[in-house]
Design a protein around this ligand. Sequence first.
Ligand code: ISL
Length: 552
Amino acid sequence: MKNLGTTAVYQVYVRSFRDSGGDGFGDLPGVIEKLDYIASLGVDYVWLTPFLKSPQKDNGYDIADYRAIEPVFGTMEDFERLVAEAEKRGLKIMMDMVINHTSTAHEWFQKALAGDEKYLNYYIFRKGKNGQPPTNWNSKFGGSAWEYVPGLDLFYLHLYAREQADLNWDNPAVRKELQDVVNFWIGKGAGGFRFDVINVISKPAVFEDAPGGDGRHLYTDGPNVHAYIRELNENSFGRHPEMLTVAELSSTNIGNCIQYTRPENHEFNTAFQFYHLRIDYTNDRKWEPGTPDTDKLRNTLNEWQTGMQRGGGNMSLFWSNHDQPRIVSRLGDEGPLWKESAKMLATLMYFLNGVPFIYQGEEIGAMNGGFKSIGQYRDVETINHFDILKNEGKTEEEILGIFRQKSRDNGRLPMRWDGSDLGGFTRGTPWIGLGQGTKANVRDEEQDVDSILVYYKRLLGMRKTYPVLSSGTFEPIAIAEKNVYAYRRCLGANTAWIFCNLSRDSLVLDIPGAGMELKGFRAVFGNYADPAVPGQAGLSLKPYEAVVYGNF
Ligand code: ISL
């Protein structure tokens, strides 16, 4: 099994990365143009969000043909060239496998609709109950999770959008088809895979109503999920031990996450969980205005770090992806302390134990879009929630405020390569606006030694140079100050202490014994030129300061 060591990944949201052709959509040739940039960050893998044939109802997470490339993103030759060019730079390409569901435009689903028994059994079709859907489950994107097909007098299950029909993994023929798909892309040169919502593939044997329509406890980490994954592993990527695989896990728990990722289980290398990003949810609800709870953040990270370590699992380290608003807007500062806060957040996250996944734009401190009208949004989840929230009695102004904070589109804005209006993303009309956030861009930051970008490169370099920062054991450091997150990593004779101030205020930390314990250590990394020094009174941290003390 793979030694994850210092592995780091960069995530590219293809449609917003670089448009080579001028049609306003990023594309594979655009990714090729920017491979030198990606390699310069010091990562090993590039995960590309879906670029396969798709009606794009959910920006490619609705796949209509697993073996063809959506023309707007390029051709199969472009993909092959991308793999080869990446390899020249020491990079491997990871594909996004969306195999919990297909687009309803997929040939399999179309055959099912035509009444073909074989393909009806590829999906989850059920009779209704007295003219109502089989269960009261809600789709994650709003409305019922069941759609009625009059011609068949049956409902089909879609946990996500209506155009994303859930596959029937209990059917061995489906599992075989999906193995073949993974093997097809291995044959084309993929060096790894990210598996979309892979922990909801095994549905319960009996479909029942759930309190409030929230069926998550019934289909998350379902009855056969580990068996199905082991089978997939054994018949596809498991035969290629150099591959990197990451599972996207929706609403999982530590126990299952260990099972998905401990090497002995032969499932995946690492996994995404999202609890540390639910810290600005109000009453567990995303679509409410929220304030981040730093206590919850510390507790969640500590719980996952220690839990995964104890169980021998592996967790991915990430602040952002194409489903998340920008972290600097969420937990940092959009104003004068923008740079400090973005660097602090990077330090806090990427010296933890696990595999860093850096999402495009995060490394230059990209912010939320600040959109003022619903017409500027493109995301199906956001657009669906406009009416849902209106029906709940919220005003348009309130809803737009929530979207500015929570919409997935905040993380999907085009990458800014230079300081021009269109950021060097496209010559045409971008598919989505660039937003009103900072004009931070790659060209400027490459030339500024103090930039967020340069800091990210140095940080990834530190992980590679000092194994204690990537492979050391994790220990939380208890601190009474709620806005500080601190932990220790140890490996052999080496120890690193990481202190991060999550607030805009200066703080003096009273760390019991730390003055003594930190003797012989020096500040090896941090976001201020004059890092905090432990003194009699404790450790004084400046606003959003991050500092790493090491004995190496
Ligand atoms: O963004 C979310 C809700 O606000 C998440 O729950 C998200 O839907 C979940 O993490 C699953 O995401 C993945 O599968 C979806 C797709 O829309 C996302 O873009 C993808 O990352 C369905 O394929």
